[in-house]
Design a protein around this ligand. Structure first.
Ligand code: GAR
Length: 197
């Protein structure tokens, strides 16, 4: 079997991307590209690992960006696309085309706190437990079939930064484990559901 080809999408520091890049040889997959929507620090990590990068900046007309993203993704022939801190919603055409091959990590216990401010929203809501979710992507925002979740306790003196960092520690572990399960067919996607072997 040929080595599974993984494409990463990131918009920020890329620490989740780095966790996956560190494990690619040991776990038997290859990150064939990093796609970002701007000049972000994650690009430096890609450079260090000699992973090709594609910057697809948002365009005034959203449909132009959607098309560029679709063309870029298609050209890379990924077996799996991992959205790890990518702060853009993908066009339904992309979601459709890559259905079952597109996963996202979200820093909350979905369906709680969807959207771009999940950590802030959990703190503001005064809950005592939040966490992280890895899920297949559907047309919604941080919805889609849930693959796995890990809880993280909120401490009384937590700031958004301290809580997010503790969540990210769990996210890195969960994401590597999940990718490994998907490429070894221990987790499958069928008709909108997650099948665990
Ligand atoms: C992670 O917490 C990820 O779940 C979150 O961005 C962070 C990326 O961290 N994603 C979202 O909020 C998407 N809605 P990183 O840049 O250090 O990898």
């Amino acid at each position: 079997m040929s080595t599974p080809r993984i494409v990463l999408l990131a918009s920020g520091t890329g620490s989740l991307f780095e966790a996956l890049a560190n494990e690619q040889e040991a776990k038997g997959f290859k990150i064939v590209a990093l796609i970002t929507d701007a000049h972000v620090p994650a690009l430096e990590i890609a450079q260090r690992f000699e992973i090709p990068t594609f910057i697809v900046p948002m365009t005034p007309e959203r449909s132009v960006w959607d098309e560029s993203m679709l063309m870029t993704l298609r050209s890379l022939h990924p077996d799996l696309v991992v959205s790890a801190g990518f702060m853009r919603i993908l066009d339904p055409k992309i979601v459709d085309e890559f259905e079952g091959k597109l996963i996202n990590t979200h820093p909350a216990l979905s369906p709680e706190f969807p959207g771009a401010h999940a950590v802030r929203d959990a703190l503001a809501a005064g809950v005592t437990v939040t966490g992280t979710t890895v899920h297949f992507v559907d047309a919604g925002v941080d919805t889609g079939a849930i693959i796995d979740q890990v809880s993280v306790e909120i401490l009384p003196d937590d700031t958004q930064a301290s809580l997010h960092e503790r969540i990210k520690v769990q996210e890195r572990i969960l994401l590597v484990e999940t990718v490994e399960k998907i490429i070894s067919n221990k987790i499958k996607y069928e008709n909108g559901s997650v099948i665990t072997q």
